[in-house]
Design a protein around this ligand. Structure first.
Ligand code: HEC
Length: 355
């Protein structure tokens, strides 16, 4: 049949027929293709290749052409159609496949990531988050009470001294009383002996354990880290600590947690040696706030954020003052410049050539 036109034109149909043949060979065994052969067999050139039934695309194409009133002149047009529609379809299919695989791959990565690094913590609206917001100092005071009554049994916060709390959460007299309630080891004295004495405001928070080995021994091998800088030492620190403290759950079906560990999806690996520490009413607040679990978690995180960044209030205030002063300086510099330049900018030079 056609395609033997000669010149450049004849090359394209020949090529496309080759592609079509290749495509047909692939779909040779499929039953849909076999049934379609019968429907198109009147078309003409189909009969020239008895083994290879046409792919479905050809059938659709020919049916459409017949509907539109066009004549289906057998092989050549169909073959061309197969070439363009078939390869386009294949390309689309490949793209779709790549997309779906990619999506599954990403989802898989995300799961693996969550298992390895822990569930990412939600963003909580901390009152001190704004650029001009200070800490909630009543919350720091309550948070210190939570820390002292609960966390300090296992965790140290050795970078915080009692006197740091003066003017932040307590008055000086309150801090003196607070400090005097702890026993501090000091020395050596004149006789070379270590001795205990009541604490002073200049003392730092005491470690609950004499050393790391003792801490590990008491906690089933895990070491409760020092909490002074914990909100800085963990990614997304404040949100993470809050989510961690309130994130204890029953392990989901199929997940078993080794004895001595506790299921917590926010902790990397999902099993933490620290038991759930905060339960409603676990602490008595001196300002009468109801000590719910989330209240205590919020307060203790406020306290830990302050401990990690005690200068935040002053930093923001200083930043605000500098911005204010620089803004005023900018305006006066602008005014001064206009004032100094005004005689020059408003001067009119006239070149009088006649006189
Ligand atoms: C019974 C002892 C105990 C108490 C009480 C305790 N913790 Fe822990 N905590 C641990 C241990 C043990 C670990 C180490 C966990 C691990 O590595 O599996 C830990 C780890 C942590 C971590 C670090 C998690 C990480 O990402 O490494 C934070 C934060 C923390 N505790 C906060 C607190 C706070 C806040 C309190 C008080 C509300 C508290 N803990 C009370 C024993 C305790």
């Amino acid at each position: 049949m056609g395609g033997v036109g000669g010149g450049v034109k004849s090359v394209a149909p020949a090529l496309s027929r080759l592609t079509a043949l290749l495509l047909q060979k692939r779909s040779c065994a499929s039953s849909t293709a076999t049934t379609t052969t019968t429907t198109t067999s009147g078309g003409g050139s189909r009969s020239t290749s008895p083994v290879a039934p046409p792919p479905l695309v050809v059938v659709l194409q020919s049916a459409q052409q017949q509907k539109q009133g066009g004549t289906f002149n057998g092989g050549e047009e169909a073959v061309a159609a197969v070439e363009s529609v078939g390869s386009k379809g294949l390309r689309a299919l490949a793209l779709l496949g790549a997309g779906v695989t990619g999506m599954f791959g990403l989802a898989g990565l995300a799961y693996a990531d969550e298992a390895e690094h822990g569930l990412s913590a939600p963003d909580y609206p901390w009152p001190h988050n704004g650029i001009l917001s200070s800490y909630d100092h009543a919350s720091i005071r309550r948070g210190h009470q939570v820390f002292q009554q609960v966390c300090a049994a296992c965790h140290s916060a050795s970078l915080v001294a009692y006197r740091d709390l003066i003017g932040v959460a307590y008055t000086e007299d309150e801090v003196k009383v607070l400090a005097s309630e702890v026993e501090v080891q000091d020395g050596p004295n004149d006789e070379g002996e270590m001795y205990s004495r009541p604490g002073k405001p200049s003392d730092h928070f005491q470690n609950p354990y004499p050393n790391e080995a003792a801490a590990r021994f008491a906690n089933g091998g895990a070491y409760p880290p020092d909490l002074s800088l914990i909100t800085k030492a963990r990614h997304n620190g404040q949100n993470y600590v809050f989510a961690l403290l309130t994130g204890y759950r029953e392990p989901p079906t199929g997940v078993s947690v080794r004895e001595g560990l506790h299921y917590n999806p926010y902790f990397p690996g999902g099993a933490i040696a620290m038991p759930k520490m905060l339960t409603d009413g676990g602490v008595e607040y001196d300002d009468g706030t109801v000590a719910t679990e989330s209240q205590m978690a919020k307060d203790v995180v406020s306290f830990l954020s302050w401990a990690a960044e005690p200068e935040m209030d002053e930093r923001k205030l200083a930043g605000f003052k500098w911005i204010l002063v620089f803004t005023l300086a900018l305006f006066s510099a602008g005014y001064y410049k206009r004032w100094k330049w005004s005689p020059i900018k408003s001067r009119k030079l006239v070149l009088d050539v006649i006189n």
